[in-house]
Write a protein that binds this ligand. Structure first.
Ligand SMILES: *Cc1c(COP(=O)(O)O)cnc(C)c1O
Length: 421
């Protein structure tokens, strides 16, 4: 099946007389005929359902669909993108370990990695997104267990050289984890370029309508965990009657461990109703991504030509930062998100944004409706000036998330605001 078809048909195939649409199974628990049957479920929880803290039939359909879209072996949904980032790291790093991350990533992830995980004894080694292969290789320590980056970073819109980052990770025997939120599997499938784990905030384009907060982790099933670096995968899990994940679940040991151990213990699993809504978004994802890209390219060209901005970053736009990498990794477009720095800095940026009428001022992005955000005073407010520079953000920077309104209306709105500054 091609990807448009997968968006509609993967994950749920009704049998004779069953509902056409994947039903919402709003039940915390599942019934068995006997004690023996329940015991068998605990022996192999991947075969049947136990409890909706870590698995649910509705969510299961969405997990299968997203795994298929990304070309992975298995997936696990989470209650937010933040939970996906957290579990993706915790699944292989413990106190005393380190991992490498691109410094050009989502502000919430910077807080999680730089502060909260640090308090848990896990060190994040920050590396510039545009570093050379030598610089990246030099960042590894003996205790480094993973490498992390974003395909198309929020909000800096830097493009990750996935192949190069995967090569460096693999040369050091560790997996590359890629946050593919902005690209979605419609525009880029990081596993095809060597990534081992893919995560998403499904709250963005995948949902698309701003109705559910969620996340997902996809396991490519391809990484070899048996080098000796990952005893958590290759030695018996005492908390799960001695299961060895790489032996019992060789098809996707990483995701089975994440579910049976971390999701069991943390319980940040989405509600069935949220998964139902997410599935509706996934069904139209290819149509929407195409239109976002088309609208945003026109808007990016318009903004560049106004002469009122220091720069426009939209990697699909000729001359934009990241254009060369985008041609390789995102040949069909770079989503609806544009960032630009307005001449005049912070105050002018705020005035411009407050003059917009159609585009709403909101802490969201990748929505069906056009919205804007001033990262320096919102999502990236906690960062120091140095961290802001490393994340590619200055006071005049505006993140514009182009929606699916008629592009002429979007441009007219921008025109009105530019006239006010
Ligand atoms: C929004 C976002 C997240 C966090 O996701 P939530 O669903 O808001 O918790 C992580 N990564 C990226 C790239 C994001 O845009």
């Amino acid at each position: 099946m091609k990807i448009e078809t997968k968006c509609l048909h993967e994950g749920y195939t009704p049998k004779n007389g069953e509902p056409r649409v994947m039903p919402i199974v709003q039940s915390t628990t599942y019934v068995y005929d006997s004690t023996d049957d329940v015991a068998a479920v605990f022996d192999d929880p991947t075969k049947s359902l136990i409890y909706s803290r870590f698995e649910n039939p509705t969510t299961d359909c969405v997990e299968k669909k997203i795994a298929a879209l990304e070309g992975g072996a298995a997936a696990m949904c989470t209650s937010s993108g933040q939970a996906a980032s957290l579990l993706a790291i915790l699944n292989i790093c413990e106190a005393g370990d380190s991992f490498i991350a691109s410094s050009s990533i989502y502000g919430g992830t910077i807080n999680l990695f730089g502060f909260t995980l640090k308090r848990m004894g896990i060190e994040c080694i920050w590396v510039d997104n545009g570093c050379s292969e030598e610089e990246l290789n030099a960042a590894f320590k003996p205790n480094t267990k993973a490498v992390f980056g974003e395909t198309l970073a929020n909000p800096a819109l830097t493009v990750l050289d996935i192949e190069m980052w995967a090569k460096a990770a693999h040369a050091h025997g560790v997996p590359l984890i890629v946050d593919n939120t902005f690209a979605t599997p419609i525009l880029c499938r990081p596993i095809e370029w060597g990534a081992d784990i893919v995560i998403h905030s499904t709250s963005k384009y995948m949902d698309g309508h701003a109705v559910q907060v969620g996340g997902v982790i996809v396991d490519s099933g391809k990484f070899d965990w048996t080098s000796g670096k990952f005893p958590c995968m290759t030695e018996p899990d005492e908390s799960y009657h001695g299961i060895v994940y790489t032996e019992k679940y060789a098809f996707a040991p990483y995701i089975v461990k994440a579910r049976m151990q971390l999701m069991r213990d943390f319980g940040c699993y989405p509600a069935a109703n949220s998964s139902f809504l997410l599935n509706l978004g996934l069904e139209t994802l290819p149509v929407r991504m195409k239109q976002y890209c088309e609208n945003a390219l026109k808007v990016a060209k318009y903004i560049k030509d106004t002469g009122k901005v220091e720069f426009v970053t939209y990697p699909a736009l000729e001359g934009s930062k990241g254009h060369e990498l985008a041609k390789k990794y995102l040949p069909n477009g770079t989503s609806g998100v544009i960032s630009f720095s307005i001449k005049g800095g912070r105050n002018t940026a705020v005035k411009f944004m407050d003059s917009l009428k159609l585009a709403s001022n909101e802490v969201h992005v990748a929505d069906i409706r056009t919205c804007v955000l001033h990262p320096a005073s919102a999502t990236h407010r906690q960062l120091t000036d140095e961290q802001l520079v490393a994340a590619g953000i200055d006071g005049g920077l505006i993140r514009l998330s182009v929606g699916l309104e008629n592009v002429e209306d979007i441009i007219a709105d921008l025109e009105g605001a530019f006239a006010k500054i």
